[in-house]
Design a protein around this ligand. Sequence first.
Ligand SMILES: Cc1cc2nc3c(=O)[nH]c(=O)nc-3n(C[C@H](O)[C@H](O)[C@H](O)COP(=O)(O)OP(=O)(O)OC[C@H]3O[C@@H](n4cnc5c(N)ncnc54)[C@H](O)[C@@H]3O)c2cc1C
Length: 503
Amino acid sequence: MIIFNVIIIGGGHAGIEACLSSSKICNKIKLISSNLDNLGILSCNPSIGGIGKSHLIKELEILGGIISEVSDYSRIHSKILNFKKGESIHSLRYQIDRILYKNYILKILFIKKNIILEQNDVKNILRFKNKILLIDNFNCINISKNIILCAGTFINSKICIGKNVFKFGRYNEKTFYLSKSLKKINLFISKLKTGTPPRIDINHINYKKLLIQYSDYTSYFGKNFNFNNNIKCFITNTNLKLHNFIKKKFKSTSIYIGNISSIGPRYCPSIEDKIYKFSNTNKHQIFLEPEGYYSKEIYLNGLSTSLSLKNQKKMINKIKGLEKSIIIRFAYNIQYDYFDPRCLYITLNIKFANNIFFSGQINGTTGYEEAAVQGFVSGINASRKSINLSLWKPKKWNSYIGVLINDLIKNGAQEPYRIFTSKSNFRLFLRMDNSLYRLTNLAFLLGTITKFKFKYNSNYIYITYNNLFNFFNINLKRNFNIYKNIIIMSKYYGYIKKYLFKF
Ligand SMILES: Cc1cc2nc3c(=O)[nH]c(=O)nc-3n(C[C@H](O)[C@H](O)[C@H](O)COP(=O)(O)OP(=O)(O)OC[C@H]3O[C@@H](n4cnc5c(N)ncnc54)[C@H](O)[C@@H]3O)c2cc1C
């Protein structure tokens, strides 16, 4: 029987980065996920990036993650946020084609020869000596030196639509009951919630009444994938009539009924929450975002709700431009189990069982980007641990990845944790455009990149570890000082800013 070095449970955004990063360090890696057709699907909004989140993606790109490449490939609309403000908070936000995104991830996973994919459900996790045994649906056993659990919103979860409750992890996908076996490892388990808005038919919208939002031309990696990155988005607003309607229907929402009692993401509230908390406001913006080049669905960003299906239909038809619109997929709320991240080391393994790593939404975060970076860190650490190398402890002074993980393990997550630039004490220093200078050394040391693709005089130059520092004319010692390199490199390219010296 094969004893794997790393087994990853769950092929969401955390699981994918975890298995790709660990495959760069060692062999015998397996990804077990309940449905291989759903690897890397975007559970909710088909959008990647935003304030703070795009910093995480840029850092992952430099370190050798794939989320930036996949999103560059599949974007249909891009926006530069905060462009009029200081450089440190310039951010990118992409609207993504769901199908292209998923297919590109599948392609990357299937061409990796040292990753074994298996469609299966993990029912139980047991510890035996210094190994982990995973029991699947058919009572077969997988043995691994280390495992990474990236189960997202799928643990002990339920979905609520009005008064209806379904035991799902995402709509029509089964939930898993791993909490029992994990409680034995002294983990503190609690509940959080999130929600998703309805999707409507592209053909039944009165576009004349809507405000158009055009795309900016921009990219993370500068790749030209020959796609038209200029699909339009639209903006409309809620109104008093709609607010009054929702107020009348409060009693039929899952929170009022008591089906959901946990806390949701503060920066992504449901429309009921917004009306309740900001009762003086008569309108809230709704963004109409296409779900892809060939998709007929429009995502209603800002209209997440747990009203019943009948009331969702009535609600939408009260919005300007959507009077005749038809719902294709309805909105729902979901409540799920998460584990207190204070039970983890900074390396993302459990304090009482250090060969079990946790990543993604099960640590109390929300968002694809937050999940991806955690997956990347645990992938590296689980694989390094299995071949007896020292583990990577992300630092908060040199990356937002470090900020996120330090915040989680120190403060826990009483509400779904989302990254923001304001969460870093070093936010003037941690910019997207200096990620290269901050993290290239680290990436080479971790072994996640063997050559770096660098844009120089509008040509791409491939630099390997050995000639990187000749190229920059730096005499590199083995234990180099990252600050020194940042300053030298920044000087070389004229990037130096006053506050770099101050810092
Ligand atoms: C309804 C909904 C709305 C959301 N809204 C937003 C939003 O507006 N903005 C935002 O940023 N984020 C949102 N999110 C969160 C976002 O989807 C997650 O943060 C992100 O997908 C988490 O990634 P993950 O890798 O941790 O888990 P997921 O992407 O959830 O993937 C988990 C995977 O693990 C598999 N799995 C789980 N348990 C097992 C098991 N025992 N055996 C085998 N396979 C298993 C599942 O099948 C799934 O494929 C939303 C999520 C949901 C469900």
